[in-house]
Design a protein around this ligand. Structure first.
Ligand code: HEC
Ligand code: HEC
Length: 334
């Protein structure tokens, strides 16, 4: 070998490393890291400063080590396959973290374990990290469980085969198609008995929630608004909500001139919210059913907020059986 090629042979790995990181774009990496398309930050911190997962900012890993940690995680972290985050996107994340200084100590967990947490909740938060994304009472999963009448088999598939099982599930529920953000947990690091304990906590302590949603949209320029309440569950499988009360809070001085739809109760004063509220009552709303109403308000009026409450099925600990009405754009007249 001539001296030059010997030098090149020795330098080759360094060139490779330089190429791998040069391909990444730190700006693009930061953008994706903080976007709704990736939730890594729930475990690693908004700026990779570390939380439940280790700090990534300024960490001296090679790109290959970084990539392997994501595709074949060493421990409890779920795996993210390349149809979820491409190698290019991983290179962008890598470039972003290379551009940041290292941290002296990692940040706090996003969701800590509450005092006296039942076993299933503790496993869910601390052992598997589910709550770092889903919050301490698994609001999303328990509502989706209520939508499909979930069994343990469903829960297992959603955890171990998430990236293949989830798109199917979304289509069934008609959710907006978007990027799947949770990865696939390993059966060895998240063994079935642990998952079963978490499942029992979800099913028996938290209990499933009815997947109700509600929204107010403008129907006419003259001040009539549509109000829709719907149960997004699967026909024949999802939960039915019973004894439902819908109330829209009005800003002071707002007059309701007309309201339609079964169960309209009129406008009353709600001392709790210190506001006049227009109220409807619905005895029950099964999966795939919806109720639509209209409300007309006089010039200068505005719907400030809305809430839908139901009394059955009552969920367990954690959250009240209610949802906010989405009012967008602000429901007001001139
Ligand atoms: C559930 C929390 C969680 C999520 C979500 C998560 N990680 Fe991790 N990550 C960890 C933990 C914990 C480790 C430590 C090793 C292990 O347990 O697998 C880790 C390790 C890593 C490492 C190796 C760090 C080192 O110093 O060796 C990288 C790189 C990494 N994660 C990147 C990512 C990226 C990129 C994403 C999103 C696509 C992501 N992680 C999502 C928890 C998480
Ligand atoms: C990186 C954040 C993250 C972690 C960690 C995580 N999830 Fe998820 N999970 C999501 C998101 C986001 C969705 C919605 C679909 C998607 O984008 O992947 C989801 C969906 C689900 C679903 C399907 C029903 C639904 O709510 O859409 C179940 C069940 C579920 N997760 C359970 C778990 C369990 C159990 C764990 C822990 C073993 C866990 N998740 C860990 C983010 C996460």
């Amino acid at each position: 070998m001539r001296p030059l090629s010997i030098v090149l042979v020795f330098l080759f790995p360094f060139f490779q490393a330089a190429i791998a990181s040069a391909q990444g774009n730190a700006e693009a990496g930061k953008k994706l890291w903080t976007s709704a398309d990736a939730r890594c930050r729930d475990c690693h911190g908004v700026q990779g400063e570390g939380a439940y997962g280790p700090d990534l900012a300024g960490r001296q890993l090679s790109f290959e080590q970084f990539r392997r940690a994501v595709r074949q995680p060493w421990g409890v972290m779920p795996a993210f396959p390349d149809n979820q985050h491409s190698d290019q996107e991983l290179a962008d994340f890598y470039a972003y973290f290379q551009s940041l200084p290292s941290v002296s100590a990692p940040g706090p967990w996003r969701t800590p374990v509450p005092a006296n947490a039942p076993k299933g909740q503790e496993l869910m938060i601390a052992t598997l990290g589910c709550a770092q994304c889903h919050g301490a009472v698994l609001q999303g999963p328990r509502t989706n469980a209520g939508a499909v009448g979930a069994e343990f088999e469903w829960f297992k598939r959603m955890t171990y085969e998430h990236t293949t099982a989830m798109p199917e599930h979304r289509n069934v529920l008609g959710d907006a198609p978007g990027r799947v953000r949770m990865g696939n947990y390993s059966r060895t690091r998240a063994p079935e008995p642990v998952l079963e304990e978490i499942w029992r906590y979800l099913r028996d302590d938290l209990k499933f929630r009815v997947p109700l949603t509600s929204r107010v949209t403008a129907a006419t320029p003259a001040g009539t608004f549509n109000l829709v309440v719907q149960n997004g569950g699967l026909a024949g499988k999802g939960l039915t909500a019973e004894d439902i009360t819908i109330s829209l809070a009005l800003t002071p001085g707002t007059k309701v001139t007309n309201a339609t739809g079964a169960g309209y109760q009129g406008v009353r004063n709600d001392p709790q919210r210190n506001a006049d509220v227009a109220v409807w009552q619905v005895p029950r709303l099964g999966p795939k059913q919806n109720q639509t109403y209209t409300v007309t308000i006089a010039s200068g009026g505005r719907i400030a907020s809305g809430v839908v409450r139901w009394t059955k099925p009552a969920s367990g600990t954690g959250t009240p059986d209610e949802i906010a009405v989405v009012i967008q754009p602000p429901a007001q007249t001139n």
